[in-house]
Write a protein that binds this ligand. Structure first.
Ligand SMILES: Cc1ncc(COP(=O)(O)O)c(C=O)c1O
Length: 397
């Protein structure tokens, strides 16, 4: 690590999040850790710590990601949430990767293969997202019946992914009903894992009776996906409208706030690389885009859009010595400028995401989600794991 710009991952917080979620939602058997997107930007090596705190299945998006997990851990079951081309079936078998059957034709091709080892599969049901999954009841029943008698393909799970949050939302109830309807003829006692809920679903809703698994993503990383409670007129009006909707359509109740304490684990730091004294009327940055209205002091920070700082970040705050300062001028590929004062010294630490400047605030400024903000910080930035206030790993790419 030659540049003092890094993401810090607080392993204690991650582990506490998993433990708190498991303690509160203790009536499940399977706790999937969703670690796609390089563990939502936290780095895939966090899996060892997640497993130690109680995650007993991992979910990823692609075979590439699954193999990265397998390199780190030989035993943890891995579910690939997105379809894997059957050309690579042997790699899945060799590496004990659970695949998803998302489509009838795919299934037909799968059973033609000469599978000589036990292959674990989960049936993906499309309950209304219309992205991937089976939505023909006859197909689902046929696959279920055939797989029950297949010696090499083990139907280990059945699941769906809900398109909406379910907060005072009629469509959420419809999707739950649709999932139950589509799997009505299946004897769930014969399928070990039934899972539906991602973070917002298990945090905000009572347990869905048929499920014994939850898939933890954003909550595990320390974020309550519920919108922040506001008391302004617009929010009050929204609440009144939601109440009317709930009554009118008999919508199932929601919690609307995580009942579990969640602590973010992801911080982004850099430093002041140079201090510039800029006279009134002088310019800062590309295109002479910023003109000093008075004599000012500028700090230059070694991070930019090549590291995943959105160009929209212009004007947003960073924190230096517990004080907020604003970015000015254009966001460069590898450098940005902050307007500081004379209390800031060369090499002072700059918090771009962390205490005093939350990921939620940064995302709101950039008009994006906390999911995208985390995933967007690139592999140009090393991940530093901190546990019990000590650095335990520096992951460079
Ligand atoms: C199928 C599936 N399940 C679960 C999750 C986790 O979602 P969340 O981070 O909202 O918990 C994702 C994330 O995109 C997903 O695609």
């Amino acid at each position: 690590m030659y540049r003092n710009t890094y993401v810090e991952i607080n392993i204690n917080n991650l582990q506490e999040n998993v433990k708190n979620i498991k303690n509160y939602f203790n009536n499940y058997e399977y706790y999937f850790g969703v670690v796609k997107g390089n563990a939502y930007g936290h780095d895939i090596h966090i899996i060892d710590y997640l497993i130690k705190s109680g995650i007993n299945y991992l979910a990823i998006s692609s075979l590439e990601e699954a193999l990265k997990v397998r390199k780190i851990n030989k035993d943890i079951p891995i579910l690939c949430l997105e379809p894997i081309d059957l050309e690579y079936l042997n790699i899945c078998l060799e590496n004990n990767i659970t695949i998803v059957i998302h489509d009838y034709e795919y299934y037909k091709e799968l059973i033609k293969k000469n599978i000589d080892k036990n292959l674990k599969v989960h049936l993906k049901i499309d309950s209304g997202m219309n992205r991937i999954g089976l939505k023909d009841k006859n197909h689902i029943n046929e696959i279920y019946k055939e797989l029950l008698n297949n010696d090499n393909i083990f139907l280990e799970g059945i699941f769906t992914h809900l398109a909406t949050t379910g907060i005072s939302d009629k469509y959420w109830d419809e999707q739950v009903s649709k999932f139950k309807y589509l799997i009505k003829d299946i004897d769930l006692n014969k399928i070990p894992i039934v899972h539906m809920a991602r973070s917002i679903a298990f945090l905000d809703h009572p347990k869905i009776d048929i499920c014994n698994g939850i898939r933890m993503g954003i909550a595990m990383y320390g974020y309550d996906p519920n919108p922040i409670e506001r008391n302004d007129f617009k929010s009050k009006l929204k609440k009144i409208k939601a109440k009317i909707r709930i009554k009118k359509y008999n919508i199932s109740p929601t919690v609307n706030k995580s009942p579990v304490e969640l602590k973010p684990a992801f911080s982004l730091y850099s430093e002041i690389m140079q201090i510039k004294y800029v006279k009134k009327g002088e310019f800062v940055g590309y295109g002479a885009g910023y003109i000093a209205q008075e004599d000012i002091i500028i700090g230059t920070i070694p991070i930019g859009y090549d590291d995943g700082i959105f160009r929209k970040s212009k004007g947003r705050a960073v924190v230096i010595n517990n004080k907020r300062y604003n970015l000015i001028g254009d966001i460069g590929m590898g450098m940005i400028s902050v307007k500081i004062d004379d209390t800031v010294k060369l090499h002072d630490k700059v918090t771009l995401i962390g205490d005093g400047i939350s990921l939620r605030e940064v995302s709101a400024h950039n008009g994006t989600t906390i999911y995208e903000s985390m995933c967007n910080i690139k592999n140009t930035v090393p991940r530093v794991f901190i546990k019990d206030n000590k650095t335990i790993k520096i992951q460079e790419y």
